[in-house]
Design a protein around this ligand. Structure first.
Ligand SMILES: *[C@@H]1O[C@H](CO)[C@@H](O)[C@H](O)[C@H]1NC(C)=O
Ligand SMILES: *[C@@H]1O[C@H](CO)[C@@H](O)[C@H](O)[C@H]1NC(C)=O
Ligand SMILES: *[C@@H]1O[C@H](CO)[C@@H](O)[C@H](O)[C@H]1NC(C)=O
Ligand SMILES: *[C@@H]1O[C@H](CO)[C@@H](O)[C@H](O)[C@H]1NC(C)=O
Length: 188
């Protein structure tokens, strides 16, 4: 029964290999740019706050009364899972969804900051998504959001989204927004 040496071996091996996995690792090399493509996407975004099945729901709001009458009082945080469609009607073909948060961030002028991931479920970009992190000055009918990244076919994406409010219900806050996104991303 030569178990002693085997156990010793296992012990030595684990002691010898463990520190390797727990080492901090970093390597910097010159950047070798990959070929890039530019893609334009056009769709409609449906942010529905009202009804039995809203796609945008309030998750938090500070207890301050100064802004009570506003449609989305300062500090309101909404979680969204908003459908993206080909046409302005909610019944038109769904091509993806925008998931994330928006926060009412303007104390004087109604402004939102959007933290959205636009995921696509149809065609060439099925499974890929585009990240937007940007101020959204909703009082302007035409506005622009910054595209800061992407996944899948949209790896290393950067660009802009041009927005135009197509419909806004000032009572409920329900909105339909036309999006034109222009994104530069890796080719694969
Ligand atoms: C909100 O603030 C008011 C005034 O400070 C206070 O009376 C009230 O209890 C607060 N409500 C909640 C839910 O914290
Ligand atoms: C999108 O991708 C998913 C997962 O790979 C797949 O189940 C689905 O059929 C695809 N849809 C289309 C329209 O290609
Ligand atoms: C998107 O682009 C089309 C074609 O260039 C244009 O007709 C439309 O007004 C644009 N929409 C927005 C929201 O920029
Ligand atoms: C706007 O929203 C209110 C409250 O949800 C609703 O009663 C009204 O019918 C809506 N108006 C339109 C034009 O959708």
């Amino acid at each position: 029964m030569e178990r002693g040496p085997i156990i010793t071996c296992i012990l030595i091996l684990s002691i010898a290999t463990l520190p390797v996995y727990s080492q901090y690792y970093s390597k910097t090399v010159p950047y070798d740019p990959k070929p890039e493509k530019i893609t334009n996407l056009h769709f409609f975004f449906h942010d529905t706050l009202s009804g039995k099945d809203p796609s945008a729901v309030l998750v938090a709001r500070a207890n301050i009364s100064s802004d009570d009458s506003a449609l989305v009082p300062f500090s309101s945080v909404f979680a969204i899972d908003d459908p993206l469609t080909v046409g302005p009607e909610l019944t038109s073909e769904v091509i993806g969804n925008a998931q994330g948060l928006w926060v009412s961030s303007g104390k004087d002028i109604p402004t939102l900051v959007a933290f959205f991931d636009f995921g696509f479920t149809k065609g060439e970009f099925n499974g890929s998504s585009i990240s937007v992190f940007s101020r959204n000055p909703i009082s302007e009918t035409e506005r622009e959001l910054a595209v800061v990244g992407g996944r899948g076919k949209f790896r290393m994406a950067r660009g802009v989204a041009q927005l135009k409010t197509y419909f806004l219900n000032v009572t409920s806050g329900d909105a339909i927004v036309e999006y034109n996104m222009t994104v530069i991303h890796h080719q694969d």
